[in-house]
Design a protein around this ligand. Structure first.
Ligand code: KDG
Ligand code: MG
Length: 408
């Protein structure tokens, strides 16, 4: 069996999904997601110029060898662009494998370990009442877990993932007005004085059963993060996400020494080498890698197995930039993983997105139910794809009030 061709599409409804389609001499094709948010054209180019020419003629069933060929063959290892490109290929090869076996991918991993995978929604508010309304809407829809992000009184601009005005429905990550980032102003002091009380009020209003999550988005220094984690302990968060940037992993010990709040980290990681110390030293509770950004199913499955040895559960990244193909790859891992924790969920469900990526996966009452279709269980409509093209966009950047550049 041979790979005869591969195509890359960039575009999508309000997104720049990078979709790879690998074709074979037996008519079976595989699909993979290579979307690296706000750097999408780079993964597409990496695939087109360096990987696809080598893929043609390979046996698509040898997904392990193909992964090693590209990873070791690049010589300059890891990095988000290369790993997202390898991720797209690996996902597509697993899709082909499942279709050849006529089995959904989770069956190739070891079958189902649960009936449905718990997901969390993003509640966001310009202020606390607005956030409470947003949480209530998700609770009414049956979500069992909600991540909460709130505007901070006196903060010069909106804080991470919150709208400027109550009731507005903004895409909180990407501004498609151009490449130059919008600038936001951040104040850790205001955040630390306000947010613990806001979290306590949310807990009081929604009671003990709702799983509440919160994303600090890398913005606190390690000592501040430890103080914050200690203060929010009574709220019984499901997790505190990215309390501090994870480049300095020893800093996580400081948080552990002061608080038992569960810590979730890893959405910016690209490989097992970025998280093996954090996992082996049991400094985190949830690993947040995404199947696209961390080299595909082959590599992420290794991370999941390592995490399982150290009581670390999964909480895969599911920001809106991940296409339904990445979300499906994660859904199959979630159905199988003995150490599954939770899945971030935003992406599926708009009519335009469903038309571009038809599938029978479904979300019901806060649980994601993976379909039994062979492979990833998601198709790609090339006629629909022709409606979209690449749009330049950017994440905001963040500064302190005096102009100092900070972490987005
Ligand atoms: O591209 C950046 C986003 O993926 C990130 O800001 C989203 O932190 C995020 C999350 O938890 O989804
Ligand atoms: Mg995050």
């Amino acid at each position: 069996m041979k790979i005869t061709g591969a195509k890359v599409f960039v575009g999508g409804p309000g997104k720049n999904y990078v979709t790879l389609k690998i074709e074979t001499d037996q008519g079976v094709y595989g699909l993979g997601d290579g979307t690296l948010n706000n750097r999408e054209t780079l993964t597409a180019k990496y695939l087109q110029d360096y990987l696809i020419p080598c893929l043609i003629g390979m046996d698509p069933r040898n997904s392990e060898d193909i992964w090693q060929y590209f990873y070791r063959g690049a010589y300059f290892r890891r990095g988000p662009i290369a790993m997202a490109a390898f991720g797209a290929i690996d996902m597509a090869l697993w899709d082909i494998k499942g279709k050849l076996a006529n089995l959904p991918l989770y069956q190739l991993f070891g079958g189902k370990s649960r009936n449905g995978a718990m997901v969390y929604a993003h509640a966001t508010g310009a202020d606390l009442p607005d956030l409470m309304d947003s949480v209530a809407r998700y609770v009414d829809q049956g979500y069992k877990a909600v991540r909460v992000q709130c505007g901070i009184p006196g903060m010069p601009t909106a804080s991470y993932a919150v709208p400027e005005q109550a009731g507005s429905n903004t895409d909180y990550i990407t501004d498609f007005s151009g490449i130059r980032p919008k600038e936001e102003i951040w104040d850790s002091g205001r955040y630390m004085r306000y947010m613990p009380g806001a979290l306590a009020e949310i807990r009081d209003r929604f009671g003990p059963d709702l799983h509440i999550l919160h994303d600090v988005h890398h913005r606190l220094l390690p000592r501040e993060a430890a103080e914050f984690a200690k203060e929010v302990e009574p709220v019984k968060l499901f997790w505190l996400e990215d309390p501090t940037p994870a480049e300095d992993q020893d800093a996580l010990r400081m948080i552990r020494q002061h608080s038992t709040v569960p810590i979730a980290i890893g959405e910016v990681f690209n490989s097992i080498w970025d998280c093996n110390k954090l996992i082996q030293n049991e400094l985190i509770d949830f690993i947040r890698v995404a199947v696209t950004y961390a080299g595909g199913i082959t590599h992420v499955k290794r991370i999941v197995d390592l995490a399982g040895l150290h009581h670390v559960r999964t909480g895969f990244h599911g920001a809106p930039s991940h296409s339904p193909l990445c979300m499906a790859a994660q859904a199959h891992l979630n159905a199988w993983a003995p150490n599954f924790g939770i899945q971030e969920y935003l992406v599926l469900g708009t009519p335009e997105c469903d038309a571009l990526f038809p599938s029978a996966h479904k979300m019901e009452n806060g649980l994601f139910h993976v379909s039994d279709a062979p492979g990833l269980g998601v198709d790609f409509d090339e006629t629909e794809a022709a409606r979209y093209e690449y749009k330049a966009g950017s994440h905001p950047i963040v500064r302190l009030e005096d102009g100092t550049l900070w972490n987005y």
